[in-house]
Design a binder for this molecule. Structure first.
Ligand code: NDP
Length: 445
């Protein structure tokens, strides 16, 4: 494989999809050596078949707002690869959603799901609909309209969506209800469901908890503990909230959280009581993070900026893609950060990743560090198939083991001659090999 040529070809065939190109480039540049040790891969053009999604559904979603106006949005489902299991990946509702972003997420998901040790292929979907500022009734009507089309393309053994940005328990509930009504089937077709109708304990916590478990494994390689360390977190959604909770439980100090309008910095740390306020603010009131400083005036709110220029030991980006650029990465390193572990998908630009790796700090990409979310989704599928529910302790223990295994695989495939662990390479090679071998075994399609 000539990775440059493969990438140029993809850019020519699929222009205007920069995030997709970025994700593919990162993977190709790190797996090239491992790939080229298997000439049989190239004989069947495995790389192109792995980069281009199996199929993409694109549809119009028509729904009525509270004023009786008819609105349209775009809906998508990218089924990237099902070599190792049914398609699996979240649904994103955000105004920035377009096909290129969902193709990048589905591509990443394929490698991430492979890393989890569970049998799941990769997919992603969503809409340019934003739940922000919409009433409950509007969100419900939108979810029903979205599922009216999506329902024919998914199924418990075919494709199992979950949440992502803008899709939490409320949206999953509305979509599950719609699927059930349209198909006359009660099936484990979505994960992230409520506990009353087939959801798993620890699923809401899983991505954030998993990222902190992974962080602790990374710190262990240098004999460092999380206890007493200061932490910058971006985002204030599902991943950020439970990341903060686990950091607190393990004795760290959370200094920041954010949303797309700005960030809050609390020099005294966001403690349990303050975090409970944020849970309520975001999950119940559906408010904005700046309201935190009305409640806790010793904190500051910085409008229109990201938290990466504050001094801390650890950074856990948990909002969105490309939220840490080169300048922010340099500021983090200059301020003495020892570890960056990604809760979000692709939050660091390629230039930022270079800065972290050249400084030899601990840096793990989202596809390894945030794989806890989809792992517990996989465990939710197992419980649905068994018609049983596991205890919180059991699910948490399995999550912990999975994160340790992912870390061990990154070390196995990513340790460089000087001993530095290149987690990007480790995650990509480990994730790729399993999918590649499964594709080889199944013939050419
Ligand atoms: P939520 O919608 O619950 O929260 C997203 C948070 O990020 C909000 O605070 C939101 O602010 C902020 N945000 C969204 N877009 C932007 C932007 N363009 N600039 C700055 N801030 C932004 O989503 P999740 O917590 O579920 O997801 C966060 C990240 O984690 C995403 O990258 C997602 O793909 C990834 N992830 C999520 C998993 C899960 O299980 N949920 C699993 C694995 C990865 P605002 O309210 O202003 O939009």
């Amino acid at each position: 494989m000539d990775s440059k040529k493969v990438l140029e070809d993809l850019k020519r065939r699929f222009p205007n999809e920069p995030e997709y190109h970025q994700a593919v480039e990162e993977v190709l540049s790190t797996i090239e050596d491992a790939y080229n040790q298997h000439p049989e891969f190239d004989k069947v053009n495995l790389i192109e078949r792995l980069c281009i999604p199996d199929r993409i559904y694109q549809f119009r979603v028509t729904w009525m707002d509270d004023k009786g106006n008819i609105q349209t949005n775009m809906g998508y489902r990218v089924q990237h690869n099902n070599a190792i299991g049914p398609y699996k990946g979240g649904i994103r509702f955000h105004k920035s959603v377009n096909l290129g972003i969902l193709k990048f997420l589905a591509f990443e998901q394929t490698f991430k799901n492979s890393l989890t040790t569970l049998p799941m292929g990769g997919a992603k979907g969503g809409s340019d609909f934003s739940p922000r500022g919409k009433s409950n009734a509007e969100v419900m009507r939108f979810c029903q309209a979205f599922m009216l089309e999506l329902a024919r393309h998914i199924g418990p053994d075919l494709d199992v969506p979950a949440g992502d940005i803008g899709v939490g328990g409320r949206e999953v509930g509305f979509m599950f209800g719609a699927y059930k009504k349209y198909t006359h089937q009660f099936q484990g077709v979505l994960t992230g469901k409520g506990l009353e109708y087939g959801g798993s304990l620890i699923r809401p916590e899983a991505t954030g908890y998993g990222n902190v478990y992974f962080l602790c494994e990374m710190l262990k390689t240098r004999g460092i503990e999380l206890k007493g360390k200061s932490v910058l977190i971006s985002g204030a959604g599902n991943v950020a909230q439970y990341t903060a909770e686990k950091v607190l439980q393990l004795g760290g100090k959370v200094l920041t959280m954010s949303d797309s309008d700005g960030y809050i910095y609390d020099p005294d740390g966001i403690d349990r009581e303050k975090l409970d306020y944020i849970f309520d603010l975001k999950q119940v009131q559906r408010g904005r993070i700046k309201e935190y400083v009305d409640q806790y005036p010793t904190a500051k709110y910085v409008e229109g900026k990201k938290p990466w220029f504050e001094k801390a030991d650890i950074a856990l980006p948990s909002a969105t893609q490309n939220e840490i650029n080169e300048e922010a990465a340099k500021a983090l390193v200059a301020n003495g950060v020892i570890a960056v572990s990604e809760g979000a998908n692709m939050p660091s630009t390629p230039e930022a990743i270079k800065v972290f790796q050249q400084a030899k700090i601990l840096y793990s990409p989202g596809k390894a560090a945030n794989a806890g979310g989809v792992s517990v989704s996989g465990l939710e599928m197992s419980q649905n198939s068994e018609r049983l529910s596991w205890t919180k302790e059991e699910v948490d223990a399995r999550l912990h083991t999975i994160m340790e295994t992912i870390h061990a695989n990154c070390v196995k495939y990513g340790t460089e001659p000087d001993g530095y662990i290149n987690y990007v390479k480790g995650a990509n090679v480990a994730g790729f090999m399993k999918v590649a071998k499964a594709m080889m075994a199944q013939g050419v399609f």
